[in-house]
Write a new protein. Structure first.
Length: 331
């Protein structure tokens, strides 16, 4: 029998590997291993690096004006050659916003009602469009680009042209001869919906949505992308297993698709509410802008802006609290 050769280098490698495996498996007092802790620290550092542009922008460009607007809202600002002077008025600006300003309360209520009307339409349309372009068909990439065009059309020079009513004036002039035909079609649609015994208010809601289809599509681009990204993360094995169990497409939608996409419904709802309230064409935003820059009443404008901010914050809190009860988080 030949004696086995002892390789000291192989022995050291095996000992080192064994100690490494033991170090990974040990758990001191329920705490994570040193290697795992180091990995978590590296991930935390990477996370802070990624959010550092936002944090720097918040600290250096947003925090000071944010606090300064609070101070302005309790003062009357007088602009002079040497800068500005502040005169304390307490809650006078807030009292003027609610009790003296002729249109602020009415415009604020109208903006809230408009938001309540638009948000369900935008969420439903974007969810339907995302499901549609998530299907496999020829030309799917072109269809996705077309649905994202509203985001491009609402930015840059095209938005400026639209705000100046040049594009809309040309479009309205082009479709002017068909106004009567459009009214007849709208009446036919209303009659058809009423014959289905739907409530007249619901019928009016649908007719109004059809009339504002361009605005709804224009405001749905980002939401469609978010829903589409969420739909693509759902594992096909879930649908395969449910189909083998005899589930229909309708059951797959309500038992798999809708619960898995519910967190994104909350995200899109919050995004749409903020977009609706902060849209430059929003009447409240126009009042704030005109009061500050056209009338040079910066204190009063700051007070209106803070009232508006608190209203938005309250509405978002209510929506998040209600919708979160039906959100399903998949681990």
């Amino acid at each position: 029998m030949r004696p086995m050769k002892f390789n000291f280098q192989d022995f050291l490698l095996k000992v080192k590997k064994g100690l490494g495996d033991l170090k990974l498996k040990l758990n001191f007092g329920g705490k994570e291993t040193t290697t795992h802790i180091a990995m978590e620290k590296r991930r935390a550092i990477a996370g802070y690096v990624f959010i550092s542009p936002f944090l720097l922008g918040l600290i250096f460009f947003f925090l000071y004006p944010f606090l300064q607007s609070v101070i302005f809202s309790f003062n009357s600002i007088q602009i002079g050659t040497q800068g500005y002077e502040m005169t304390g008025v307490g809650f006078g600006n807030y009292h003027r916003a609610f009790m003296v300003h002729p249109t602020f309360r009415r415009v604020l209520v109208e903006s809230i009602i408009q938001m309540i009307t638009d948000v369900p339409l935008i969420i439903i349309f974007s969810f339907f469009a995302a499901n549609l372009i998530n299907q496999k068909f020829r030309g799917r990439a072109v269809a996705r680009a077309i649905f994202f065009l509203p985001v491009i059309l609402t930015s840059g020079i095209i938005l400026a042209v639209e705000n100046n009513d040049l594009l809309l004036g040309i479009m309205s002039g082009a479709i002017q001869p068909d106004t009567a035909a459009g009214a007849v079609r709208a009446l036919e649609l209303r009659t058809l919906l009423l014959e289905t015994r739907l409530h007249p208010r619901f019928v009016g809601y649908i007719i109004d949505a059809v009339d504002r289809l361009y605005e709804i599509v224009k405001a749905s681009g980002v939401q469609i992308l978010i829903f589409l990204a969420g739909l693509q993360t759902i594992s096909p094995s879930l649908y395969e297993a449910s189909t083998m169990e005899g589930a229909t497409g309708w059951e797959n939608f309500w038992k798999i698709t809708f619960p898995m996409i519910s967190p994104l419904i909350l995200v899109n709802t919050v995004y749409t509410v903020i977009y609706s309230f902060t849209n430059p064409n929003n009447p409240v935003m126009e009042i704030i802008k005109n009061t500050a820059f056209a009338e040079s009443r910066f204190g009063f404008s700051s007070a209106i802006a803070w009232v508006y901010f608190l209203v938005i914050l309250g509405i978002l809190g209510i929506l998040i609290g209600v919708i979160s009860r039906w959100v399903f988080y998949h681990d």
